[in-house]
Design a protein around this ligand. Structure first.
Ligand SMILES: [Zn+2]
Length: 341
């Protein structure tokens, strides 16, 4: 009996020494199998306890359990230490090369048409205008009739207008927003209406979908001088104060009198070039005093109220501002083009 207990203690002492000597996670696993595995001497002694008397079995069992606990404890400690050492070695092996160049970060930017639209909005907002929006699918009343387009007007032709089933159409200009704004408000009012418009037309300067900004101001005693002042201030802020402006008589069904505004050619500075057709002038927008018939169509008294309206193509403004000669570039999403703005 005494020799059995001695053997157990000796086995324990040897096991603890082996565990402490294990130099790797593989070795510690080998030691565990040798000391605690099913075929180990300790496990074998456990089975042999059954042959002892009850008193001997209790004493030997106590010692055996003590040794087993001590061995299990030591295994756990040594394994944790070896794992920590392995991690430390791995981290030490991963050095950071601080001389490597950084990864270039690609920044998105606003589309040139959005930039120009925002610029136009800011200029008019600073002059007291607010933004009005309207639907892109319109009816004949808002897009044509209320704007004083006669029934036989060529703009209603199938070639220009995209008609939809049920009497609807894709708005051909942002002018219907004038009508909606006036129907929804009592004067005075000053709004600009930026948005998409649609026409059946496509070449280097026309796109079937493009963008306009409409402007409308209604108040008492508004004059053509007010219109010219507002638009001149706009042109100077948009293109630069060095450009002259001029107004030429024109015709639109919803304004009377009507005019087109030109600025001195931004390419040749007025000398005459291919872009301005040798005239030294570039047309940038159409405008005029609101036609009394339009006021009547929205229930405003034309004896009491006066106003002006104007409209411009955002693409055209952007093309002139940046010297772009093909409208299709705006819609191709070619990064080489877009990155220039
Ligand atoms: Zn020119």
């Amino acid at each position: 009996m005494a020799s059995l207990i001695e053997e157990i203690r000796a086995l324990g002492t040897q096991a603890l020494a082996d565990i402490r000597a294990a130099a790797s996670l593989e070795q510690i696993e080998q030691v565990r199998v040798a000391v605690m595995g099913r075929k180990s001497r300790l496990t074998q002694l456990m089975r042999e306890l059954g042959a002892l008397s009850e008193d001997e079995r209790r004493k030997a069992g106590m010692v055996l359990n003590e040794v087993k606990d001590a061995v299990a404890d030591e295994l756990k400690k040594r394994r944790a230490a070896l794992e920590a050492a392995a991690r430390a070695r791995e981290i030490a092996g991963q050095s950071v090369d601080i001389t490597l160049p950084g990864r270039a970060r690609l920044f998105g930017r606003r589309h040139p048409l959005v930039q120009v639209r925002r610029q136009i909005e800011e200029i008019f907002i600073s002059m007291g205008f607010s933004i009005a929006l309207g639907p892109e699918i319109e009816n004949d009343f808002h897009n044509f009739a209320a704007l004083n387009f006669p029934d036989e007007h060529p703009a209603r032709d199938m070639q220009d207008t995209f008609y939809l089933p049920g009497g609807w159409l894709l708005r051909t200009h942002t002018s219907p927003v004038q009508i909606r704004a006036m129907l929804a408000t009592t004067p005075p009012l000053a709004v600009i209406a930026p948005g998409r418009v649609y026409r059946a037309d496509a070449d280097v300067t026309h796109s079937p979908q493009f963008h306009q900004v409409e402007g409308l101001l209604v108040d008492r005693r508004v004059t053509l001088g007010d219109l010219k002042g507002v638009l001149e201030a706009f042109a100077h802020r948009m293109f630069g104060a060095q450009y002259q402006t001029r107004f030429r008589p024109s015709f639109f069904p919803f304004t009377e009198p009507s005019a087109e505004m030109d600025i001195g050619c931004v390419i040749c500075s007025g000398v005459g070039c291919r872009v301005c057709g040798g005239t030294g002038w570039l047309e940038i927008l159409g405008a005029g005093m609101v036609h009394p018939a339009v006021f009547e169509n929205v229930g405003y008294d034309p004896e009491k109220w006066t106003g002006f309206a104007f409209g411009m193509g955002i693409e055209r403004i952007a093309m002139l501002k940046y010297g772009i000669n093909d409208i299709r570039l705006f819609f191709e999403n070619d990064k080489r083009f877009l990155e220039q703005f």
